[in-house]
Design a protein around this ligand. Sequence first.
Ligand code: RB5
Length: 146
Amino acid sequence: MFKTIAIGCDHAAVEYKDKLSAILKEQGYNVLNMGTDSTESCDYPIYANKVCDKVVSKEADCGILICGTGIGMSMAANKRKGIRAAVCGDLKSSEFTRLHNNANVLCMGARIIPFELCEQITKKFLETEFMGGKHKVRIDMFEPAE
Ligand code: RB5
């Protein structure tokens, strides 16, 4: 199960990132804040990479990335080896990207979904276990063994 979460955002989602971090800390998670902490316009791939660094190095069990839509963050994160990032805007996607895809980075859009849904999607993501089996075979096809 996930214990340590690296979280990051761009200028469009600082409030969501901070509110979500506070809730997760209250729930007992260890939360690593990778920024940004400013609402000044910035480049979201910087923060996607900071969060992915923590996941790839296993300093974090998973990552959460929030930008305006969640899309740019997911594109940047999915360029990284070992990262399976999923943009979620509903609970079913959040559940199934854990069950079937073993997603290790959750991306959301602060300009797309209300904060309450962002919180629920995160809870579902963090509490759902990967099914493994045939789904492990499939996700292993993303990155051929070296
Ligand atoms: C920033 O304006 C916006 O482009 C960014 O937050 C994100 O939505 C990119 O995908």
